[in-house]
Ligand binder design. Sequence first.
Ligand code: PLP
Length: 360
Amino acid sequence: NYNFSAGPATLPLSVLEKIQSEMLSLPGVGASVIEISHRSGPFLEIAGAAEANLRKLMQIPDDYAVLFLQGGSRLQFSMVPMNLLTDEKKSADYIITGSWGKNASQEAVKEGGVRKAWDGSDTSYTRLPAASELDLDSNAAFVHITSNETIQGVQFAAEPEVGDVPLVCDASSDVMHKPVDIKKYGLIYACAQKNAGPAGLTVVIMRKDLLERSKDSLPGYLNYKTHADADSMWNTPATFGIYVLKLVTDWLIDEIGGLEKMHEQNKLKAAMLYEVLDAYPEFYQGHAAVDCRSLMNVTFRLPSDELSAEFISAAKAQQLTDLKGHRSVGGIRASIYNAMPVAGVETLRDFMKDFASKKA
Ligand code: PLP
């Protein structure tokens, strides 16, 4: 069975096997990871290894903090403006390239000023802005982007140029899919349940100087500084999620061979599916403009809703599941995150060719 869910999403088989083998007892511990104190030696070792792996894989510089939080990326839609808007910098710029960016900006409005530096809603979020289209405020508290719009399947291939204003990125659905230059960012956040592990853990990577913006009057949990000062152990963190993140990053380092290699594999997988869209453009109508296509979520429509439904059920009969597009846009969405094996994408590609040759 290959599961193309947009999240929670498939995990590497070797990671699942490792979890299974350690679930009753961690080696040398005599209890499972979900039964031991977050302050115990064995757990601190796991959390330390998860952070060290992330720092190594993503080449996170020392002047960036790594936080393990909860509340999903939706909570970050609020925490980012709560912490980063200041009395001097009361407004932030949002580059809105899809549904998640729109959601993020709607939550931010509740915390302070939001300017839309660009909004692709007029064209149903099919494309990214050209640099000349961005209306940026050089005094903004931050600029927010969504690196990969999970619902529309539109992804930035490179960061927009935003000058000295800190770039904040929702990388929920493409974190660790390729190497990025962390220094270009002020803050990156990602819920784990697509490319990094199970739901319940959210990773925040932020430049340490930005921690100074967090006001003491914020509720403790909602203040980044609380978590940074307590090494993400102010409250009980998502221990199982941190454990799985450690295993996923072990897999990326030891089995995949790092993020360059992961990127090569992701490009190859995405190209297989986009080649089919390009071969049958009338039948498989891609949502994203060709130069904005996502390597993680391949989105398209068939000529009718009936054909889409038939596609989904015929795919399911071949053990290819969770291909239904998001309820807000319909059609088909194949999510092919890091853990989706090449063989799974090959099987879907062959199914798509076969289906088109019969029905187009
Ligand atoms: N941002 C993006 C890009 C997403 O894909 C998701 C996915 O569900 C979210 C935010 C919301 O994350 P969560 O459900 O963890 O709050």
